[in-house]
Design a protein around this ligand. Structure first.
Ligand code: GUN
Length: 279
């Protein structure tokens, strides 16, 4: 039976330390979130972010827009938030409505307020091996969790399934920087199981049920980023937890694994940006 990588437990530990730090701050960090459209999951995510910020003493402001919001309206709000010295972190919740150019919107965020690390500035720094202001939340959370359990990364084969800008691509870059040997796969990869079976660390970020026991070698560390409702209405991830957890060495549960760590990283990033802006 695998050891469970408990994201909730580590999130709580990080929150405890952060709360103490924020308590001592005469001015509290402020996170601004832009939510456009009516994606149900996004609303839940944003609400969770707001509640976590509140718990920690971080100010949070959510700006909600209807799905027919114009690009100009969003760009104007970002410009206002960039100029506002009392705002330390800006997050544009994805996905944005289809008619909006997400790259234009994300890159309008001032790099030093880019709490997701998604601008060309910060992702470019990550790619070249320079230091971005902050690292993207989900991959950062994954590495914090692996480190918490003392899991070795250097020299090991990490396979990442999924190539999104939010998770797959930055996760691969961050693992490379930690001297893992990284293979990137996607839904187009042929003979996926042949590749994943060679993984010492498997990160699955697809949002579909794909990883079964025949995809894994026995001492693998399995990180499941997917979260969706299965046919039975139950929340599940990309990985068949019941069968895979019997043979691997470590595994993240869904829920309670990567999700809480993404939020913990967002709160850490908000405080880091606040501190960098004081210099
Ligand atoms: N949509 C799903 N996860 C995330 C996230 O971490 N950040 C943003 N901006 N949008 C998301």
């Amino acid at each position: 039976m695998a050891v469970i990588l408990d994201g909730k437990k580590l999130r709580d530990k990080i929150f405890e330390q952060l709360a103490l730090k924020i308590e001592k701050m005469p001015v509290k960090p402020t996170l601004a979130v832009i939510l456009a459209g009516d994606d149900g999951a996004s609303k839940i995510y944003v609400n969770n972010k707001r509640k976590s910020a509140q718990k920690l003493g971080i100010n949070s402001v959510v700006y909600e827009y209807p799905s027919d919001v114009s690009e100009t309206e969003l760009l104007n709000k970002i410009d206002e938030l960039n100029r506002d010295k009392s705002v330390n972190a800006v997050l544009v919740q994805l996905p944005l409505p289809k008619h909006i150019d997400k790259f234009k919107i994300i890159n309008a965020i001032s790099p030093i307020k880019d709490v997701d690390g998604l601008t060309v500035y910060n992702s470019g720094k990550l790619f070249t091996g320079e230091k971005p202001y902050v690292y993207p939340c989900t991959p950062k959370g994954i590495l914090l969790l692996l480190d918490e359990y003392g899991i070795e990364i250097e020299g090991r084969h990490a396979v990442v399934i999924g190539r999104s800008n939010l998770v797959g691509k930055p996760a691969a870059q961050m693992l490379l920087r930690r001297n893992a040997t990284v293979t990137m796969c996607s839904s187009y990869t042929k003979n996926l199981a042949d590749i994943t079976k060679t993984a010492d660390i498997l990160v699955s970020a697809v949002g579909k049920s794909i990883v079964g026991e025949n995809y894994i070698k026995s001492d693998c560390v399995v990180v499941d980023v997917g979260i969706f409702k299965g046919d039975d209405g139950k929340t599940r991830g990309d990985v068949n937890f019941d069968s895979v957890s019997k043979s691997v060495s470590y595994i993240t549960p869904v829920p309670g694994g990567v999700g809480p760590m993404t939020i913990a990283s967002l709160m850490l990033n908000t405080v880091e940006l606040f501190e960098k802006q004081q210099l």
